[in-house]
Ligand binder design. Structure first.
Ligand code: NI
Length: 176
């Protein structure tokens, strides 16, 4: 049975480390880590989770967008495990969008991200994939890619004024 892992919170050094490549894709502990991360992101109503967030400084994350109480407008997709991800290209055009993070509870921020990106990653089965992402999924990828680079979304906001409490965020969204 997968285990719900404890999520590292802002201030923990593991979130500020440059994560290391995953080199043994057949490792049983990697299989366990992936299963636990899938269970943990679902339980926490996340749309993505990176290995450093569960105290494993490895270049691995899961993009698992689906509508949930934290992201009611998120598109639905099959959770995708991305190993040794690469950001191959990013559009110079950026879009602003609200982000939160399981490691930064209670805060939302308006974050500029490239609208379109081209990415590469290894699949859990070992094959390499390249694909183009846009919109919300491009945003989630960039957010998770930051996690394996020792960055959090707070580092990306244009101004501290673009940060709001979760309670104010809910109020803002209701007023839209
Ligand atoms: Ni995050």
């Amino acid at each position: 049975m997968p285990v719900i892992r404890h999520i590292a919170q802002l201030g923990n050094p593991v979130l500020r480390q440059l994560a290391l490549p995953v080199d043994n894709l057949r490792d049983a502990s990697l299989q366990t880590l992936i299963e636990d991360m899938l269970a943990t992101v679902a339980e926490a109503d996340g749309v993505g989770i990176a290995a450093p967030q569960v105290y494993e400084p490895l270049r691995l994350f899961i993009v698992a967008s689906r509508p949930n109480p934290r992201y009611p407008d998120a598109p639905s997709m099959q959770p995708t495990v991305m190993l040794n991800p690469e950001l191959l290209w990013q559009s110079p055009e950026t879009v602003m969008g609200w982000e939160g993070c399981l490691s930064v509870p209670g805060i939302r921020g308006l974050v500029p991200r490239s609208e379109r990106i081209r990415v590469g990653y290894q699949e859990h089965g070992g094959g390499r994939r390249e694909e183009e992402l846009s919109g919300f999924l491009a945003r989630v990828f960039q957010h998770e890619f930051d996690h394996i680079s020792g960055l959090v979304f707070l580092d990306r906001v244009a101004s501290n004024r673009d940060l709001v409490s979760e309670r104010e965020y809910v109020r803002l969204m209701a007023a839209r």
